[in-house]
Design a protein around this ligand. Structure first.
Ligand code: SF4
Length: 193
């Protein structure tokens, strides 16, 4: 674990089998890893077990974002995170999910607390990362690092629904893997996770 200015030793745990297709997953993962390497933060690259993810969300394909499919998706990822924390004696877990204005904080926190609650000695931090300048800081850092700018949440269903929404608004379909913060005027697109 690396010690940040906050005094907190941190490890980044990347477990996102919800992200599709594979090139999108690799892009997001590599962006995370690049920043961790720069800061000397340990990066744990976990399985891309998409089959398990699709099995868990079966029947929920048409749920809207923030609906039941997202709860199942959060649960799966937090369960694995909490297990890792338990096995490695890490007392506190949290997530970047809450930085997105597209997400429901209460839904995220409930899943995080449910997963942490399985293990004595593991707690979920219900920090609201959007407050106290968090959202602004996220944009600043993203521009500074020229991070990849994702335009949909991650799964095939969110890609489908975001494209439907864009077409209904007269906007073109998402062109994946093409936008980066700090390059042009593209900050109208969504940015999360
Ligand atoms: S929209 Fe996002 S949070 Fe919801 S199921 Fe898809 S990837 Fe998971």
């Amino acid at each position: 674990m690396a010690i940040e200015a906050s005094g907190i030793c941190q490890t980044v745990f990347f477990y996102n089998p919800n992200i599709h297709p594979l090139e999108e997953y690799e892009m997001r993962k590599n962006e995370n890893k690049r920043f961790c390497d720069k800061l000397g933060i340990p990066f744990v690259d976990v399985d891309y077990d998409t089959d398990v993810w699709f099995e868990r969300v079966k029947g929920l394909e048409d749920e809207p974002e923030r609906g039941e499919r997202c709860t199942v998706c959060f649960d799966m990822r937090f369960e694995r995170t909490a297990l890792y924390a338990h096995e490695h004696r890490i007392p506190l877990i949290s997530s970047t999910l809450g930085i997105s204005r597209w997400k429901n904080m209460a839904q995220i926190n409930t899943s995080g607390e449910r997963a942490a609650g399985r293990y004595r000695g593991v707690e979920y931090w219900t920090m609201n990362w959007r407050k106290q300048g968090g959202s602004q800081r996220m944009i600043e850092l993203s521009k500074q690092e020229h991070f990849y700018q994702q335009e949909y949440c991650g799964c095939v269903y969110s890609l489908r629904d975001t494209n439907r929404h864009r077409l209904a608004c007269g906007r073109p379909r998402i062109k994946r893997l093409s936008q980066f913060y700090g390059e042009g005027e593209q900050l109208i697109a969504r940015s999360d996770e």
